[in-house]
Design a protein around this ligand. Structure first.
Ligand SMILES: Cc1cc2nc3c(=O)[nH]c(=O)nc-3n(C[C@H](O)[C@H](O)[C@H](O)COP(=O)(O)OP(=O)(O)OC[C@H]3O[C@@H](n4cnc5c(N)ncnc54)[C@H](O)[C@@H]3O)c2cc1C
Ligand code: HEM
Length: 386
């Protein structure tokens, strides 16, 4: 909770700092990487730095956190913090690194707001930073402690590499050493670390797309302009050993017996397919509605897995949206207006942001409470921050 001293200062300066944060963060990252170039080797994404996504995410989350403290005193934005903590833990972020980030962030703030900043303003924003940092550190410690091992990276051997629809590939892995394995929950992801042709190491997250538990399989869509997916698609072969993290991610199937709606678009079907697989494996009698949108049938990466799992479940139905008209499917973008939504359903969403925004709005209009809508973003979550 913000102190009485800082509260009015944050309230008064939020518009100013919020409006400058887009300028502050590039300065911050320039300072951070000048002092610690090693943070770009195996931690921060070089592409996100180039395309500005991560800069927006960090900036937006601090501003969103400060405005939450002002408008909901005494509470913390749990969902935002949990998402960031899972992402951080999947990257192995440590407590001492928060001091490093603090120093460079506040040097950037002092530089950008040199004309207006007072010691009082700097102190109040320092308080905001450490409130957020302490909450994240606590969550991240809990996440690390819940793992079956104390390792950050573990060697796993590629057992199979199978094309999955046009442009996607499914990798199944087997452990390459005896490190105890954390049981993954359906819907969770692992970080995958690869070495690029220029020698730099880069990490990306991939949702588990098949059986969870102690199995590890993921499905990647090739991004020709990207750094990691081309290495996975073109260079990593069966028998190779890659490094992966323990499983993280809070978008997992919640217990209960209520209806479940899984809505995905494109490669966003990976976490929903894993949730569907777990329902099929347990012979669930929940009512399940699987909604998937794809450009063409051939592009649907997990088509046979998902249709097989729907067929195995008495209570499951599938509705498909394709860009071109095709018998048995809807045409164009997915809309919940074309769906008979079960009452009291929980909705799990994954796909591009515009898709998720639209489906979430439609779901809320249809009476699904926001607390029962869970979504995974395949990149820095600039939606939460906006
Ligand atoms: C929780 C989570 C789960 C995920 N699960 C999956 C999954 O199951 N399957 C899956 O396929 N993906 C998944 N992703 C996405 C995945 O992590 C990667 O983001 C994706 O594979 C692209 O990585 P890349 O290294 O190939 O591309 P990147 O190198 O990250 O590039 C991303 C984009 O940035 C662009 N870019 C690079 N440099 C510049 C520049 N200078 N200017 C402008 N643009 C630039 C590239 O063209 C590219 O389109 C997930 C992400 C998250 C966060
Ligand atoms: C209070 C401090 C911090 C805040 C508010 C913060 C915020 C964020 C946010 C919002 C994301 C995007 C999460 C998502 O949507 O998936 C993120 C990702 C990330 N954070 Fe932090 N963070 C903080 C501290 C740190 C520290 C100390 C480090 C380590 C030096 C760090 C390293 C990263 C990395 C590597 C990513 C992944 C993004 C990428 O690779 O581009 N963060 N952080």
């Amino acid at each position: 909770m913000l102190s009485d001293k800082s509260f009015p200062v944050i309230e008064a300066t939020l518009p100013l700092v919020g409006s400058r944060i887009g300028e502050i963060t590039p300065k911050f990252y320039a300072r951070l990487f000048a002092a610690h170039p090693e943070l770009l080797d195996g931690l921060f994404s070089r592409s996100n730095q180039r395309n500005g996504n991560q800069q927006q995410a960090l900036a937006g989350s601090i501003a969103a956190f400060a405005s939450h403290l002002v408008s909901n005193p005494g509470t913390l934005p749990e969902t935002v913090l949990s998402r960031i903590a899972h992402r951080h833990a999947s990257l192995g972020i440590t407590e001492p690194q928060y001091q490093v980030v603090y120093e460079h962030l506040f040097a950037a703030i002092a530089e950008d707001l040199a004309e207006v900043i007072t010691p009082e303003i700097a102190e109040a924003w320092t308080e905001v930073y450490w409130l957020m940092a302490d909450a994240l550190i606590k969550l991240e410690k809990g996440l690390y402690a819940a793992q079956a091992n104390g390792e950050m990276w573990m060697p796993w051997r590629v057992a199979t590499k199978t094309p999955a629809g046009t442009g996607s590939m499914t990798f199944t892995l087997e452990p390459a050493d005896a490190t105890p394995i954390t049981a993954a929950l359906p819907g969770q992801y692992v970080s995958v670390k690869v070495t690029l042709p220029d020698g730099l190491r880069q990490v990306r997250q991939y949702s588990l797309s098949g059986d969870a538990g102690t199995n590890r399989s993921f499905t990647t869509k090739l991004d020709d302009g990207g750094e990691v997916s081309p290495v996975l698609h073109n260079d990593v072969a069966v028998g190779d050993v890659i490094e992966i993290s323990n499983p993280y991610g809070e978008i997992t199937l919640k217990d209960g017996d209520g209806p479940v709606v899984l809505a995905s678009a494109g490669i966003g079907c990976t976490p929903t397919a894993s949730i569907l697989r777990s329902l099929a494996e347990s012979g669930s009698d929940r009512q399940i509605l699987v909604l998937h949108a794809e450009s063409t049938l051939d592009n649907w990466a997990l088509r046979s897995q998902m249709t097989d799992d729907v067929d195995r479940l008495d209570g499951a139905d599938l509705q498909l949206w394709l860009e071109e008209p095709q018998a048995g499917s809807n045409t164009g973008f997915m809309s919940l207006r074309e769906v008979d939504l079960p009452a009291n359903a929980s909705l799990y969403l994954c796909g591009p942001l515009p898709f998720m925004k639209n489906i979430r709005n439609e779901a809320i209009n249809a009476g699904i409470p926001a607390t029962k809508i869970h979504y995974e973003v395949f990149g820095p979550d600039i939606w939460l921050a906006s």
